[in-house]
Design a protein around this ligand. Structure first.
Ligand code: COA
Length: 219
């Protein structure tokens, strides 16, 4: 069992604490944030240590780290803290839920967060610092680049190449054999049928309110 320091003190850090504590060989022993974000001495009943003091109190020779941040600024914040943790000498660990179907022979990179009900088919490659929130389908022979955030119930068909730092919203669909360029933002419910350009944005369809109320419809 490795002792683990989680970077972050928000929702994702709270969830990382839950998942690592209930479904991994790692024991979370502390949280860390930049000093400016340290709101108190503890979080979730564990020490909350300014990152500036981390190597003294929880040295990288004895503790590993997990960076538990969201997709803020198109994953740049998480990528920066990932690089900082490595520069400080920490080994970063990944979490893969015991309740997901991980069928690829390639293990994911470090600092990945792969939650329940994901299906990762054979011959899939997952880079470093990738989040797969719950319930996605990652089709065979697809590749997911470093620092991507894929939310829930996304269908990635076979032979799709996803570049670094992409965000893919809930219920999006990606057809087979396309390339999603780096930093592409795909909105909730979007259907992507062609390769994308770097930094492009694809919002999904939006429902418009109709004039009738729910009581006026004959349900
Ligand atoms: C695509 C997305 C990121 C847009 O973000 P947003 O906060 O809704 O952005 P806004 O409503 O401010 O829209 C931004 C611009 O895009 C335009 N736009 C948004 N959706 C559009 C659509 N479907 N068609 C055309 N234009 C659209 C807006 O009109 C706006 O243009 P403007 O600045 O000229 O007014 C958002 O809709 C989305 O899908 N987010 C992902 C949600 C999700 O999956 N969350 C799970 C997290 S785990």
């Amino acid at each position: 069992m490795a002792k683990l320091v989680v970077f972050g003190a928000g929702d994702i850090a709270r969830l990382a604490h839950f998942y690592f504590s209930t479904d991994s060989e790692h024991e979370v022993v502390a949280f860390t944030v930049d000093a400016a974000y340290a709101t108190g001495p503890d979080f979730q009943g564990l020490p909350l240590v300014p990152v500036e003091q981390l190597t003294t109190r929880f040295p990288p020779s004895e503790f590993r780290m997990f960076v538990a941040l969201s997709y803020a600024k198109m994953n740049r914040v998480r990528a920066e803290k990932y690089a900082q943790a490595k520069a400080l000498g920490y080994e970063l660990v990944s979490y893969v839920s015991s309740r997901c179907s991980y069928l690829s022979q390639h293990r994911p990179g470090d600092n990945c967060f792969i939650l329940e009900d994901n299906t990762v088919q054979p011959f899939v490659t997952i880079g470093d610092d990738v989040t797969l929130w719950s319930g996605n389908h990652i089709g065979h022979d697809s590749t997911i680049g470093d620092h991507c955030f894929i939310s829930s119930h996304v269908v990635v068909s076979g032979h799709v190449e996803i570049g670094p730092a992409c965000f893919i919203g809930v219920n999006a669909t990606l057809r087979n054999s396309i390339t999603i360029a780096e930093r592409t933002l795909i909105g909730a419910g979007a259907v992507i049928m062609k390769s994308t350009a770097p930094g492009s944005v694809y919002p999904g369809p939006r429902s418009e309110r109709i004039s009738k109320t729910s009581d006026q419809l004959d349900l």
